[in-house]
Design a protein around this ligand. Structure first.
Ligand code: UDP
Length: 413
């Protein structure tokens, strides 16, 4: 006797910032293509200015935009607004699960909202920890909070999965999937699109060693950000065969410092933030990268680029293990390491990306389908902790990357 298929289960995906859009786009694409699941996408609008080009690029269908940002709003006000405004949507859609990513205020508030309504939470990029509750702030607290509330923990690496097990998360709830940022990066690299703006930047710096820079994190403010920018200025002034390209974050504090220290300096190019394909294009054409971003640490290994991590510590020690990245806890350390890279003529080096193999989105969608009982083969999946995703990586088809018209295509059941 044929049983009728159960109705699709609704997965509500919440995001609000640039990195969340990049990392959830492959997951949403895969969920959309997975039979038995229905996806509702909610944006909090936390990065109102930065988000729009990413929503367009990834063709994300935003079902609800909470527009939660207000000028000068405190973290508490933002958290409260998202919590309050998401609640009626949970009531309306009655999702079987809520999916959040990373460690933003949006992710933490959405997880709490779901928890209060008894809706299980899936956490993408689970298990990152610096061990210091105050750094990064408030992200370390957000990710620990989400880690307490989540039912499904999608960890990028073995190390992140182990962290969760050590914290007492049951093994059956931890899945090693890789980080979907690698899916997104491979997708844009294969498309190979570059805007006229990037072409012009590259032609103006042709033949020079390009240092690609991003720095905007709260912990870098104060003396360290300023000192790092001075290191870059001195470096480019001393070496006529180098250039700095710095897409400056819209945060006024960062803009002011960047203009004051680097504005008008020969071979320094300050630009507005770049769209994702251009930014990845810039990293691909860089000699070295200097950044305090989390996402860039996950992207640099795919491009094999030397990276200076402008932070006191990193919750992604795997990037240091590749040998490509160096931690720069102080401006002095950054200056020394940059000089050493120049002296030794540091070069790009192909490396396996420890954060993923470009198939995380499909894995997460398939796990959600099975966990929500929408898998016709039945039964619960065995958790993927310890499974060797490299094995799958080795057999990955090049054709998938050659014609990447749609993200998450391999998730089709
Ligand atoms: N990024 C971008 N354009 C830029 C600068 C960064 O597309 O001009 C991307 C970058 O590739 C990375 C993400 O934005 O994936 C990083 O965002 P952010 O630094 O805001 O957050 P974090 O990674 O530190 O969470």
């Amino acid at each position: 006797m044929n049983c009728p298929a159960p109705p699709p289960a609704t997965v509500l995906v919440a995001f609000g910032t640039r990195p969340e859009a990049i990392k959830l786009a492959p997951v949403i694409a895969a969920l959309e293509r997975t039979a038995g699941l229905r996806c509702v996408v909610v944006s909090s609008g936390q990065h109102a200015e930065l988000l729009a080009p990413f929503v367009r690029l990834f063709n994300l269908r935003v079902d609800h935009d909470l527009q939660a940002m207000r000028p000068g709003q405190s973290l508490n006000a933002l958290f409260a607004r998202i919590l309050t405004d998401l609640d009626p949507l949970l009531e309306q859609h009655k999702p079987a699960a809520v999916l959040v990513q990373g460690d933003t205020t949006t992710a933490a508030a959405a997880a709490v909202a779901a928890f209060h309504r008894g809706i299980p939470v899936g956490h993408v990029e689970a298990g990152l920890r610096t061990g210091d509750l105050g750094s990064p702030f408030p992200e370390e607290a957000n990710r620990r909070l989400i880690g307490r509330l989540a039912r499904w923990h999608f960890a990028a690496t073995r190390n992140h999965a182990r962290t969760l097990l050590r914290e007492g998360v049951p093994r059956s709830q931890v899945f090693r999937t890789g980080n979907p940022v690698v899916d997104a990066l491979e997708w844009v690299v294969a498309r190979g699109e570059r805007s006229d703006r990037l072409r012009e930047l590259l032609s103006n710096t042709a033949g020079l060693k390009r240092v690609a820079v991003t720095t905007h994190r709260r912990e870098s403010f104060g003396g360290r950000l300023e000192a790092n920018l001075r290191v870059l200025r001195r470096f480019v002034e001393r070496h006529a065969d180098t250039a700095v390209i710095f897409p400056v974050h819209p945060n006024p504090a960062v803009r002011e410092l960047a203009n004051a220290i680097l504005g008008g300096v020969d071979r320094v190019h300050l630009t507005d933030p770049l769209d994702y394909p251009d930014f990845i294009g810039l990293l691909s054409e860089a000699w070295v990268i200097a950044s305090d971003s989390g996402g860039v640490q996950e992207e640099a290994p795919s491009l094999g680029k030397p990276l200076f991590v402008l932070r006191e510590s990193t919750e992604r020690p795997e990037v240091l293990d590749t040998g490509l990245a160096k931690l720069c806890p102080t401006a002095e350390a950054f200056a020394d390491l940059l000089d050493e890279a120049y002296r030794t003529d540091a070069a790009a080096k192909p490396t396996d990306n420890p954060f993923g193999d470009g198939r995380a989105g499909g894995r997460i969608a398939r796990l959600m389908r099975r966990e929500l009982g929408r898998c016709h083969t039945g039964g619960r999946p065995s958790p993927t902790v310890g499974a060797d995703s490299r094995r799958e990586s080795a057999t990955r088809s090049a054709a998938r990357l050659a014609a990447p018209t749609q993200m998450g295509a391999e998730a089709t059941p």
